[in-house]
Design a protein around this ligand. Structure first.
Ligand code: ZN
Length: 310
């Protein structure tokens, strides 16, 4: 009798365990049946939107014009990260003030750096190695394709039932990115070689320069968190004067006073330049506009650069 009771209790125990198991699995999808993703930058959010399609609901913490290097998560952001099923961020210290939060979130849910699969040999390291690797990989479209593949892989791992949909979406999006990569190559190559110099407020375009064969100069280093001094201003000024650079560019997420100081200095030395236009470096344009997508943002930058320098 006692033995029988233990037996049925054991069965009950197994049943309860498997019920708990079921309800956990159910929790991975919210009431709307979608996977809820929180991404840090707009560029990452755009990948998740395109690859996730109808199965995923995603939002970005950082809106248009926001500088990710200096970004601190608000209480509202923490709630969004806590409520998410998955988190995607750039990594390589782009979100320099959020590292502890990612560490904490990774204990309870997939918290993924989209740059995780990019090989060390493809990463750039600035002269000052203490700054770590350059995080601005999205400006080499072929590297951003690897980021899209990382998102595809992680969505499939989390939600294998929809593997086919994720694969199909990723294939279509990566196809568009390959076309974009070709567009950038052709356009930048149309600028005469001696004019192929891109001068911006901070060093966001290192990968762009390497991939598309363009000289790149930034006043600040790879993070806007580093201060620039009068020496940086005078060095860049002298470079512009010596090389008779026609145009410099401002960035939507970085105040323009720094680059204006350089222009002013060059003017005093008798060399006048113009602002070639505004580039989107670390944040996309307004939501709902063409520049509010990754592809639109890159096209805008390339068209702006070509128009000013050709
Ligand atoms: Zn940056």
């Amino acid at each position: 009798m006692v033995k029988k009771m233990w037996g049925s209790m054991a069965v009950l125990f197994v049943v309860v365990l498997s019920l708990v198991g079921c309800s956990n699995a159910e929790q991975s999808k919210s009431a709307d049946g979608k996977i809820h993703v929180t991404a840090t930058t707009g560029m990452i959010n755009d990948i998740v939107k395109n690859v996730g399609g109808d199965n995923v609901e995603t939002n970005a913490l950082m809106k248009s014009g926001v500088d990710p290097h200096l970004y601190k998560a608000s209480q509202g952001d923490i709630s969004k990260l806590e409520d998410a099923d998955m988190i995607f961020y750039n990594g390589l210290h782009l979100e320099g003030k959020m590292i502890d939060i990612f560490e904490k979130m990774s204990k309870t849910k997939p918290t993924i750096a989209v740059t995780e699969n990019i090989g060390e040999e493809e990463l750039l390291t600035p002269d000052d190695e203490s700054e770590g690797n350059d995080p601005h990989v999205w400006f080499d479209v072929s590297l951003w394709i690897q980021a899209a593949e990382a998102v595809e892989e992680e969505l499939i791992a989390f939600d294998p039932d929809n593997e086919r949909a994720y694969k199909k979406n990723a294939e279509a999006y990566i196809g568009e990115l390959k076309e974009l990569d070709d567009y950038v190559k052709v356009q930048i190559a149309s600028i005469p070689e001696q004019s192929r110099v891109l001068v911006t407020a901070h060093d966001a375009f290192g990968y762009f320069g390497k991939a598309y064969n363009m000289e790149v100069k930034g006043l600040q280093g790879i993070s806007t968190a580093s201060e620039y001094g009068s020496k940086d201003v005078s060095e860049l000024r002298d470079y512009l004067v010596e090389n008779k650079i026609k145009a410099v560019f401002i960035e939507s997420s970085v105040p323009k006073k720094a680059i204006e100081a350089v222009m002013e200095g060059a003017k005093e030395k008798g060399h006048e330049m113009e602002i070639g236009g505004e580039l989107f470096s670390d944040a996309m344009g307004q939501e709902g506009t063409e520049e509010g997508t990754y592809i639109g943002m890159v096209r805008h930058n390339v068209d702006t650069i070509v128009k000013a320098l050709k």
